[in-house]
Structures are given as C-alpha cells and as structure tokens.
Design a protein around this ligand. Structure first.
Ligand SMILES: CC(C)(COP(=O)(O)OP(=O)(O)OC[C@H]1O[C@@H](n2cnc3c(N)ncnc32)[C@H](O)[C@@H]1OP(=O)(O)O)[C@@H](O)C(=O)NCCC(=O)NCCS
Length: 185
C-alpha cells in the first residue's frame, strides 16, 4: 500500500461535509452538526493552507483500491514567549482504520512540519478511551506528557484529555529528517 499526503482539492469537500453532518463518523470528536458549507468557504479562501492552520488529505493506493483515507490538520498554539508550536489532528474514514495508516500519516505530517517550519514542538491531544490514537501517537514518535483535566466538553460532560508531544530532536520512526509525503508499506 502507498500512503500519500497532499493538499485538499474540491472533491475532498464531500468527505469534509460527511464528517460535519454524519453523527459519529469522526469518532469521539463528534460534537454535533456543523455548517456543511464551512469547508467550501475555507477551501475558497486559502485551500486549507493558512499560515496558522491547515489540512492535508491522506490518499491510499492499495492496488485496485485507490481512495481518500481521511485528513490531517494542524494549528498554531502558544504557551508563552514568542515561538509557537503546532497541534495536530487526524480523522480517517472507518474503512481505513486499523490498517497502519494513522500512525504513519501522523509521523509523516510531523516530518513535513519540522522540515518546513522552525517549530520545536508538535503536540496532540486525545481521549482516555481512544486507545487507537494513543497507540498511533506513540508509534508516530510522540511521548505521553500527562492528563489535562476537564479540557473538553464532549458527550454531555467535561472530560479529561491525554496530551502527547514530539519535539524536533525526537527521532522520527520513518527515518532521517526529510520531506516525506509518500510511504510504501
Ligand atoms: C485514531 C486513528 C487516527 C488511528 O489510526 P489507525 O490507522 O486506525 O491506527 P493504526 O493502524 O495506525 O494503528 C496504530 C496502533 O494502534 C493499534 N490500534 C488500532 N486500532 C486500535 C483499537 N481500536 N484499539 C486498540 N488498539 C488499536 C494498532 O494495532 C497499532 O498497534 P500495533 O502496530 O502494535 O498493532 C484512526 O483510527 C481514526 O481516524 N479514528 C477516528 C478519529 C480519531 O479518533 N482521531 C483522533 C482523535 S484524538
């Protein structure tokens, strides 16, 4: 199978609209219906490649099976001082989960962001019950940092989150620093 990260194109907006309008498709991050046209407006504005946040699409080519597997996102954050960090996220369509795509795609996105931006830190948050993402982040070279108490309101109550990070000098599970937009496995 080949996994590629590429910029968003207009047909991908259908997938984004599905995530915004099909309850639970995105998994635990479902937070109610969202404006299904927001993705078209954002795409028209900057193609989802802004200076403070962005998205790339994960494509898979598995012989006869070529498809969009999902998308990855990043946004800028600041703890103090002047230098920002990135926070990344990922959502795969259910049929592509559990096939080794999630951890590789997140490792590739980190390599891409460290290659093209001076960020020292990339962080990712997940949920206590999201074992797939916890494992996926560890395999992508992230370290568990701790529990962030009551950081998200989801499914009727405030819930704790698990915070992970990968620093520029942490080894990439995919090899030497590089712009790695495609991997075969
Ligand atoms: C979370 C997600 C990105 C993980 O990606 P994935 O492609 O499904 O996971 P991978 O195939 O890369 O698996 C990575 C590891 O997690 C394990 N894993 C996968 N799904 C699992 C599950 N449901 N429970 C426990 N472990 C799981 C795999 O076995 C693998 O470990 P191994 O190599 O030791 O076998 C993906 O499932 C997804 O998009 N889920 C819905 C959206 C979501 O939860 N996003 C993250 C929000 S914080």
């Amino acid at each position: 199978m080949t996994l590629r990260l590429r910029p968003v194109t207009e047909p991908d907006l259908d997938v984004f609209r599905r995530f915004a309008s099909e309850p639970g498709l995105v998994g635990l991050d479902w937070s109610g219906y969202r404006d299904p046209q927001a993705s078209a407006r954002r795409f028209a504005a900057d193609g989802y490649l802004g200076s403070d946040d962005g998205r790339l699409v994960a494509d898979v080519d598995a012989g006869a099976d070529r498809a969009v597997a999902g998308f990855l996102s990043w946004r800028s954050g600041l703890y103090g001082g002047t230098a920002t960090h990135w926070e990344i996220g990922i959502a795969l369509l259910p049929e592509w989960r559990g096939r080794g795509i999630g951890w590789r795609a997140q490792a590739m996105l980190c390599d891409y962001l460290f290659w093209h931006t001076p960020a020292q830190r990339i962080q990712a948050g997940t949920h206590a019950e999201n074992f797939a993402e916890q494992k996926s982040l560890s395999k992508a070279g992230f370290q568990f940092e701790g529990v962030v108490r009551a950081c998200e309101f989801r499914a009727g109550q405030w819930r704790d989150g698990y915070l992970y990070s990968r620093l520029r000098d942490d080894p990439s599970p995919l090899g030497e620093p590089a712009e790695r937009l495609a991997v075969r496995f």
